[in-house]
Design a binder for this molecule. Structure first.
Ligand SMILES: [Zn+2]
Length: 323
């Protein structure tokens, strides 16, 4: 009897010791809002605003010349840390619809929406089950608790997710502007065929990288969906959470160690994030620094003026750095 009582007292402690820490909750997927036709004057086109250059490019492909499109972020701007301008607020306040990536990518979104009244907001990533932002598993007590359960917003780097964007955009535009539903459907179908060919091309290209080299170190953790789809591993990032959160000296030291340990041949920097730390890490480890277009298209003349350009550019850069 006494033994049994002791066991009862110890049981919770024993269980706690055996049970692994609870995994963070699955991040929630975005949901499409219910939309009804937007009232407009005769000959007035649907006024559409998109946040990032990448969302804007895909919306432009589905909307074609049936919509009047404004894109808020200029090429090269970082969506995580962007601050909207007064002109942005005016454009959103006058819009029939605002297309966003969602999943927390646009750090400015909530604040901006408080200042513009009622505009329907369509997260193009609706219905995509987001992956969890990676965390350093051996950080222990210094773990950033705010990252728990947070979604990785960079869904577009898996081309198949942009097929889902296209369908969400088509649905939203058709609900707001049923008169042009056939045009939106035809534009979406044509673009979908290009995206399917693009996805097949990526699979073909990445096959040239030997499996032992398929390790990605980036400035911020942007290639998770890319890695999952195309058979790579995102092993580390200079800014492990987001470009808004500066890494500590200890985190940088751990990163340098990881690069040496994994024998990673290159570090990838993103055009939207200050490359200073990545340059230092590349120098300290003697590996190449290669720039990718991840969170934004390039400006006019950059050769990366569309989403399809962006994927082609990045895949060529990754394959030649790692093959
Ligand atoms: Zn990003």
């Amino acid at each position: 009897m006494r033994k049994f009582a002791v066991l009862l007292v110890l049981l919770p402690a024993l269980l706690a010791a055996c049970v692994r820490p609870t995994p963070p909750p699955e991040p929630e997927a975005e949901v499409l809002p219910a939309l009804s036709p937007a009232p407009r004057g005769a000959g007035e086109r649907l006024r559409v605003v998109a946040t990032t250059t990448i969302v804007g490019d895909v919306v432009a492909r589905v909307g074609g010349d049936a919509i009047q499109l404004t894109v808020l972020l200029p090429p090269g701007a970082d969506p995580h840390t962007y601050e909207p301008t007064p002109a942005d607020l005016t454009a959103v306040a006058r819009a029939h619809v605002l297309f966003v990536n969602g999943l927390g990518l646009e750090g400015f979104l909530e604040r901006m929406l408080r200042n513009v009244g009622d505009v329907p907001v369509v997260p193009v990533s609706a219905g995509i089950q987001p992956r969890l932002l990676e965390e350093d598993e051996d950080e222990g007590e210094e773990e950033e608790s705010h990252a728990r359960g947070e979604a990785d917003p960079h869904v577009w780097l898996d081309v198949r997710n942009v097929l889902i964007w296209v369908e969400n955009i088509r649905q939203a535009l058709s609900a707001l502007d049923p008169a042009h539903a056939d045009r939106y459907a035809a534009n979406a179908a044509a673009y979908r065929a290009e995206l399917e060919a693009l996805d097949a091309w990526v699979l073909e290209q990445v096959a040239r990288v030997p499996p032992r080299n398929r390790k990605l170190v980036t400035n911020h953790p942007v290639l998770g969906y890319f890695a999952d789809r195309y058979g790579f591993e995102q092993v580390a990032a200079v800014y492990p959470i987001s470009p808004g959160a500066e890494p500590s000296a200890r985190e940088i030291a751990a990163l340098v160690e990881a690069i040496r340990q994994f024998g990673v041949p290159a570090v990838f920097a993103e055009t939207t994030v200050n490359p200073k730390l990545a340059e230092q890490v590349a120098r300290d480890t003697g590996v190449a620094l290669v720039t990718l277009y991840t969170d934004s298209l390039g400006g006019p003349g950059s050769g990366v003026e569309s989403y399809i350009d962006l994927i082609r550019y990045n895949v060529n850069a990754i394959v030649s750095a790692l093959k």
